[in-house]
Design a protein around this ligand. Structure first.
Ligand code: PMP
Length: 366
């Protein structure tokens, strides 16, 4: 018989492992102070906006044609930005580093294969694993959220994962990983290792990047994003540096024309203003450090952070504190270990609003 009512999700033949799953995402609420997804609070200048608009207009003149499938010009620009002697062949780009990670698991994960990371860590990784039919494995971090090199090597030797994700600085804890630890992990790993440096630009001065290790390790990749330090989350541009062979593997699994002509053009326009877009990174680092000191002064536990956010605790009922802050117009994030909350570094006004709201909530909730 012809269907008379629209199908409900329960009526559709969904993959069994997706039944009951919710689409991922932090709440997108319209409140005065949004400190929940580690965005850069500084909007682009008039000059940057004008160049982005002009680039989009130029791209529009050829909108009847497919874009450059290889995004050559953009990858060239990204390689130049990264330095370290990298070339376009050693750089990959996609719609956010989320998509880059999906490409990595598409190429190196899959049925019968596994990906291991160090928890607590970025909550999307298990979803990329699920979506690519890759087994998700989480080895624990130490109590201070660092990765113990001996334990990491032991976990890798035990599980023999095909892919290892190391997030440095880590989300949601802010913890940077020493290059010496990364070297031990890479040497122990039987497959590929991806260092997720989404927050690298916020690390304290002198913190080395895993990019330095690339010449020695053809199975290593380092991912970055324009979403955080570059204040370009809305542009959706993530990228990766690795050996040309590693990049070739990702090219096999990407959708054709995955990066639209507009995305490629506006990302290049934004990159041309890298100095200006990155100018606020130092302010945000200072905001983070001020906030960490303020929270510690109020008696909270504060995880040491090299990112643009702070994990703080501990709360017997973190949801009540999260809700209390929201009631005062401040949205932060209920994520990571159970008794902790995460707040993004913001403008002086945002930081003042957050501190004021937290003091009120502390008083209200005793
Ligand atoms: N990696 C980490 C550790 C992140 O925290 C995020 C964003 N929250 C991403 C990757 C993905 O960022 P995007 O897709 O915007 O590049």
């Amino acid at each position: 018989p012809a269907a008379t009512a629209p199908a409900r999700l329960d009526d559709l033949p969904l993959r069994p492992e997706l039944v009951g799953e919710e689409p991922y995402g932090a709440p997108q609420l319209d409140v005065p102070y949004r400190l929940n997804v580690n965005e850069n609070p500084y909007s682009p200048s008039a000059a940057v906006i004008a160049d982005i608009a002009a680039a989009a207009a130029t791209a529009a003149t050829a909108a009847n044609r497919y874009p450059d499938r290889e995004a050559r010009a953009l990858r060239d620009d990204l390689a130049r930005y990264l330095g370290h002697g990298l070339t376009a062949d050693e750089v990959w780009a996609a719609n956010g580093s989320n998509e880059v990670m999906l490409h990595v698991l598409g190429a190196f994960g899959g049925p019968g294969r596994s990906v291991l990371s160090f928890a607590p860590t970025y909550s999307m990784y298990p979803e990329y694993a699920r979506d690519t039919h890759t087994t998700w494995l989480a080895a624990p971090r130490a109590d201070d959220f660092t990765i113990d090199p001996d334990q990491a090597v032991a976990a890798i030797e035990q599980h023999r994962p095909d892919v290892v994700f190391v997030t440095s600085p880590n989300n949601p804890t802010g913890t940077a990983v020493a290059l010496s630890t990364l070297e031990l992990i890479i040497e122990a790993a039987p497959g590929v290792v991806v260092v997720d440096e989404a927050y690298y630009e916020f690390a304290r001065a002198g913190t080395p990047s895993a990019l330095e290790l690339l010449p020695r390790y053809p199975r290593l990749a380092v991912t970055r994003t324009m979403s955080k330090a570059f204040a370009f989350a809305g542009g959706r541009l993530g990228y990766l540096a690795a050996s040309p062979a590693f990049v070739d593997a990702l090219r096999i699994v990407r959708l054709p024309y995955h990066l639209s002509a507009v995305t490629q053009a506006v990302a290049r326009a934004a990159l041309a203003h890298a100095d200006e877009l990155l100018a606020r990174v130092a302010d945000l680092r200072d905001a983070r450090d001020d906030l960490a000191a303020w929270l510690a002064g109020r008696g909270f536990e504060v995880a040491e952070s090299d990112a643009n956010f702070i994990l703080f605790g501990k709360f017997a009922d973190r949801h009540a504190v999260w809700q209390g802050l929201l009631d005062h117009g401040v949205l932060i994030r209920e994520t990571g270990p159970k008794e902790w909350l995460r707040v993004s570094a913001g403008t002086p006004e945002e930081m003042a609003a957050f501190k004021d709201a937290l003091d009120r909530v502390t008083k209200e909730q005793g």
